[in-house]
Design a protein around this ligand. Structure first.
Ligand code: HEM
Length: 511
């Protein structure tokens, strides 16, 4: 919220310097005589230029282009048996939210209709601190080893020399890292270009742990389903819209909210007990896989509604800082390596992008009071008064214990391993089901056209390698792609047999 000393109206304010003094000549710099040099004493002029020189902050290294709005989460179904998070305390409880949608690879001026996953980040200001859901619009991701993330992202950005996007780089990475193929099937299918930002579903992708007041946990995957269904755009229309209005997604979100057409999502959770996880065919810590809905049905939790536009995009959306590590009592991270890595990466980049005290910025500040021993640093504006800056015995802070004991949770034992990306037949089952069972004839045709249209520009050996990945999904798919590109058919890459071993790599403590 603007400080009450600052005029935030569109009109009616008196022009001042940053120290609040009215300026009689806003469009004029002070100078000496009719032909003379400028005066250093003209603070208004210096202040104006110096602030302008510092207007830009670094854009997000990924997800730079986006749009956002405010709203709320409302509990519609009781889930207190699986989580004691205060946000879920009672049916009907509402929690304020700030939400930011984004594309991933492009710069902050890039087109909203790019073929790219979409970010769907939410900050819930609960009465026990902020809980962020930093989700995407797809339930899976390109990788399961976080060490690959910066390499992968580099290949989706610009070539170091030409400063151009490069189809060879793009497919070179994907073809060398075939665990990406499930996400590639979604990205180049009809779901690859959502219609704007607010007609899409959202997914945690990662497994989290929800914990109830007794300390019992279940593994969870969260889904947000757009009320009225998701909408997508065909490739040709996306290209046309990108030329006509690169900000199509920002504009339609803003206008729908302005017109009272508030976007709404139903929130569901899939749950899995530790015992089920041990028997599950796939590793629950591998976010290239989904949990089949027939085995793990969607349980309704609540709804998310967006009903308020930002007043100031920079302050309220650009400065919003989401992190999967902004968690609250009642939810714990799973040990999914990509999630664990993200827990570090987001606050780290926020300290770089926004500064040490990023949590104090109004859009990020929790609604509940902060009391800790963090002190000072640049741009401090919410101080902790005269309270001691250490745990003093004279005026101590009290500590609120968790209502549950983490000692009853998983126990891990093992050697140092670097084998997260071992490829087995398991990696192709779900992409194959998409191709063979989910895509109808039209969807198949569009998929082949979308992939062929992009892959054809890659170096020939890269084309061959990526076709061998598609052949491991389905030989017929690879053959159709080869024909569309005009190259010879390719045999599947050699893949180890499916081995259901991953979940037995960790043991659960006996009750
Ligand atoms: C943004 C890192 C994977 C969702 C970001 C940012 C970084 C990052 C550094 C920029 C944040 C900022 O400047 O505010 C990583 C790393 C990953 C990873 C290291 C894997 C190792 C994922 C996954 C998801 C995801 C799997 C979704 C399931 C998002 C979203 C944003 C984002 C939604 C935009 C947040 C916003 O709107 O401010 N990521 N990311 N990321 N990431 Fe990731």
């Amino acid at each position: 919220m603007p400080s009450k000393q600052v005029f935030a109206h569109k009109d009616g304010a008196t022009y001042t310097t940053s120290n609040g003094a009215p300026v009689p000549e806003p469009y004029a710099a002070g100078r000496l005589g009719r032909r003379g040099p400028l005066l250093l004493q003209d603070f208004h002029h210096i202040d104006l230029l110096a602030h302008f020189d510092r207007e830009r902050i670094p854009e997000r290294v990924v997800h730079a282009k986006g749009a956002g709005a405010f709203g709320y989460f409302e509990v519609t179904h009781d889930v207190t048996d699986i989580s004691c998070a205060s946000m879920f305390a009672s049916v009907g409880k509402k929690t304020p939210a700030v939400v930011r949608f984004s594309t991933v690879g492009g710069e902050s001026g890039s087109a909203d209709t790019a073929r790219d996953p979409r970010g769907f980040a939410m900050k819930f200001k609960t009465d026990e601190g902020n809980w962020d859901w930093v989700f995407n619009n797809t339930p899976v991701f390109f990788l399961r080893d976080p060490a690959k993330f910066p390499h992968f992202i580099h290949t989706q950005k610009r070539d170091p020399q030409t400063h151009l996007k490069d189809a060879s780089m793009f497919w070179d990475y994907l073809s060398q890292n075939p665990e990406s193929v499930h996400q590639v099937m979604i990205l180049f299918g009809d779901r690859g270009i959502p219609d704007g930002y607010h007609h899409m579903h959202g997914y945690s992708g990662h497994t989290f742990k929800w914990v109830n007041a007794q300390g019992k946990f279940v593994y969870t995957q969260v889904h947000l389903k757009k009320k009225g269904g998701a909408k997508t755009i065909l490739a040709e229309d996306a290209v046309r819209i990108a030329g006509e209005n690169a900000d199509y997604g920002i504009q339609t979100l803003f206008e729908d909210i302005q017109d009272g057409k508030f976007p709404e999502w139903d929130v569901f959770v899939q749950t899995m007990t530790p015992e089920q996880a041990e028997k599950f065919r796939y590793n629950i810590l591998d976010l290239t896989k989904i949990w089949p809905h027939d085995q793990f049905p969607l349980r309704p939790v609540g709804k998310l509604v967006l009903n308020e536009n930002p007043q100031n995009y920079f302050a309220q959306i650009e400065q919003a800082a989401f992190s999967p590590s902004h968690l609250v009592t009642g939810v714990e991270p799973s040990v999914d390596p990509v999630l664990q890595s993200r827990l570090f990466s987001y606050p780290d980049t926020h300290r770089h992008r926004l500064g040490t005290n990023y949590q104090q910025l109004p859009v990020n500040a929790p609604l509940v009071p902060i009391a800790n021993f963090q002190r000072d640093g640049p741009q401090l504006f919410v101080h902790q008064g005269a309270r001691p800056n250490y745990q003093s015995s004279i005026a101590p802070l009290t500590y609120k214990a968790r209502p549950y004991d983490l000692e009853d949770h998983e126990v891990f034992l093992g050697n140092a391993l670097y084998d997260l990306s071992e490829i087995t037949e398991l990696d192709f089952e779900q992409p194959r089901a998409l191709w063979q069972k989910v895509f109808d004839d039209g969807a198949k045709e569009r998929f082949v056209k979308n992939v062929a249209g992009h892959l054809k520009d890659a170096h020939p050996p890269v084309i061959t390698r990526q076709l061998s990945v598609f052949a491991a999904v389905d030989q017929g798919l690879a053959d159709r792609l080869a024909a569309a590109i005009g190259v010879a058919t390719v045999k599947p890459l050699a893949v180890k047999p499916a081995a259901h071993a991953e979940n037995t790599k960790y043991k659960f403590k006996a009750a």
